[in-house]
Write a protein that binds this ligand. Structure first.
Ligand code: FNR
Length: 189
């Protein structure tokens, strides 16, 4: 079996270090995980005025999540919390009321920043949101990546063995989490 994983990059920046991290995670993931990006940059700002007639961008977002066996969030920390663009995407996906796309969808969170906290506070905020959205999250391991540009090439090669092993193990644990959740909560056809 292969599992389809939708990944969110929480940054819209051209040279995003979190996008680089996402490339590294894809390289180091077990071979039974298959990845596709769930884009967030073209979503308008959410309002419940849209609920009666979701625009194409909102429908595509929800369709992408529905087509995934699991999702992973690779996100920066902005002002000690979730970047607005990512929170906006989550709000879109959680609605219209009664059709929350994250319900029973296995997830994991990870992020990189140049600072020592490595997005820990953003991840805590994001975990609270995903809890409310009823997504079974991987609790452990956690991954707070202090981004060192000497350790990651721009196409996601990891040149330091310790970091490489750490990220490879994170993705292996994520795969195991996805398998466990899908055993209890199989996806509805
Ligand atoms: C930041 N940055 C940042 N870093 C951090 O560790 N904690 C924080 O709270 C913040 N806050 C913050 C707010 C805003 C508006 C910006 C633009 C930046 C720095 C941030 O980690 C750095 O810019 C990273 O490069 C962002 O990740 P991407 O966008 O490169 O993936």
């Amino acid at each position: 079996t292969t599992y389809r994983v939708g990944y969110f990059v929480g940054s819209l920046a051209t040279h995003s270090i979190n996008r680089t991290l996402s490339k590294a995670l894809i390289r180091l993931a077990p071979s039974d995980l298959e990845f596709f990006e769930i884009p967030i940059k073209d979503l308008p700002l959410y309002s419940y005025d849209y609920d009666s007639d979701y625009p194409a961008a909102g429908k595509e977002l929800k369709g992408a999540i529905a087509s995934a066996d699991a999702v992973i969030f690779v996100t920066p920390e902005y002002n000690r919390s979730i970047p607005g663009a990512l929170k906006n995407a989550i709000d879109w996906a959680s609605r219209p009321w009664g059709s929350n796309s994250f319900a029973d969808k296995p997830s994991a969170v990870i992020g990189a920043s140049p600072g020592t906290l490595g997005t820990a506070l953003a991840q805590q905020s994001l975990r609270a949101v995903l809890s409310f959205c009823n997504s079974p999250q991987m609790n452990a391991p956690e991954a707070y990546v202090r981004f060192n540009p000497d350790v990651f090439t721009s196409d996601g090669e990891v040149t330091e063995e310790k970091t490489e092993n750490f990220l490879r193990n994170f993705m292996k644990e994520f795969r195991d989490h996805v398998v466990r959740v899908l055993t209890v909560l199989p996806r509805k056809p």
